[in-house]
Design a binder for this molecule. Structure first.
Ligand code: NAP
Ligand code: ZN
Length: 352
């Protein structure tokens, strides 16, 4: 058994408990591992879904956090890709079976053996729990680590590791084209990144939001247009308007109403994960529409996305918080009051 590294963290002890200080054991880095001192960690709505066990099967104690930026402080004896001092990122998974078709295709997020999530999961041994980025350091296999290009402020880079790749990947995969009319549903962490990527890829971007007060922000973030879904005419007046809809909403809403906004052969991609919601066949049949979904992105594509961000000046808009403020931040996310991603300054955890 390699020696363990005592590491301060914040954890939820049960679905109903608030996050509180906790101590975890990180492994001493093995030959293929890097040890990373964590600088920033973004706060994803998935952290809340999981800490409250809304998806079932949650593993407690849980240390959330899968938008990790840090500095390499130790490299294992066989590590080739990284050196001490490198600024790196870790996203939603830290391992996968590496042998299945999905892994070979560089789409580890769809690993047939099941990816090892950064937290709320088990290592490949099936019994060692994984703990996420609400902690001061993490040991990760070198192949599951991303390079953070120079020029992106580090706190604004953290959300790219989940919110960024989750929106970039489907826009690329389903072929968003220059001039396409893109609708982004929900202006939160994922949604605001979808707006930025949509514009950077040359689309005409409209935000559909249930928060009318976000209009000015949406336009400032780069959207060309804004529709309040509280406006009762919004769905009727905009029927058949969009080529592509990316739906980032975390709570239940009527997919059929949004499908009606697609033109013939339009596509709607779900990335938000609310409770199950029915879809009526005519919503798809009537204009040969496509409804799909998409899960984060593989390591190769995540690196491509980070490089794209550096090249196009794309970064997340963030509110930096102390770890001690995490429970209030969760409440604000639940009220759709995040502008537009909370990012924890992990220095605040070193001082406790
Ligand atoms: P977020 O910051 O809370 O954003 C969600 C947005 O949804 C809110 O800002 C709000 O935007 C809208 N919304 C919330 N409640 C609503 C309601 N009742 N009706 C209509 N709209 C509502 O969350 P996030 O971090 O972006 O994550 C969004 C979802 O994506 C979560 O379910 C998360 O688990 C999931 N996710 C999926 C993946 C993946 O790989 N597919 C990856 C990461 C996260 P407006 O105020 O503009 O309406
Ligand atoms: Zn996430």
């Amino acid at each position: 058994m390699p020696a363990a590294l005592e590491t301060p963290a914040f954890a939820a002890m049960s679905p109903k408990s608030k996050l509180a200080p906790f101590s975890i054991q990180r492994r001493e880095p093995g030959p293929h591992d890097v040890l990373i001192d964590i600088l920033y960690c973004g706060v994803c709505h998935s952290d809340i879904h999981q800490a409250r066990d809304e998806w079932g099967g949650a593993i407690f104690p849980m240390v959330p956090g899968h938008e990790i930026i840090g500095k390499v402080v130790v490299t294992g004896s066989d590590v080739k890709k990284w050196k001490v001092g490198d600024i790196v990122g870790v996203g939603c998974f830290v391992d996968s079976d590496r042998t299945c078709e999905a892994c070979k295709a560089g789409e580890e997020q769809y690993c047939e053996g099941g990816m090892t999530l950064t937290y709320n999961s088990y290592e490949r041994d099936g019994k060692t729990p994984t703990y996420g980025g609400y902690s001061t350091r993490i040991a990760v296999d070198e192949n599951y680590v991303l390079r953070i290009p120079e020029g992106i402020p580090l706190e604004r880079a953290a959300p790219l590791l989940c919110a960024g790749i989750t929106t970039y990947s489907p826009l690329k995969h389903f072929g968003l084209k220059k001039g396409d009319k893109l609708a982004v549903v929900g202006l939160g962490g994922l949604g605001h990144m979808a707006v930025k990527f949509g514009r950077a890829m040359g689309a005409h971007v409209t935000v559909l939001s249930h928060s009318p007060g976000k209009r000015d922000d949406a336009l400032a973030l780069g959207a060309n247009d804004f529709l309040s879904t509280k406006d009762e005419n919004a769905f009727k007046d905009n029927a058949g308007r969009f080529d592509f809809i990316i739906d980032t909403v975390s709570a239940q809403h009527d997919y059929n109403a949004y499908l009606g906004l697609l033109r013939r052969d339009g596509i709607m991609v779900l990335v938000g994960v609310p409770d199950p919601t029915p879809v009526a066949a005519p919503s798809l049949i009537m204009k040969r529409r496509t409804l799909s979904g998409s899960l984060i992105g593989g390591i190769r594509e995540t690196q491509e996305m980070l490089d794209f961000c550096a090249e196009h000046g794309v970064a997340s808009d963030v509110e930096v918080i102390r770890i001690q403020d995490i429970n209030e931040a969760y409440e604000r996310v639940l009220k759709s009051d995040v502008r537009y991603r909370f990012v924890i300054d992990i220095a605040s955890l070193r001082q406790t």
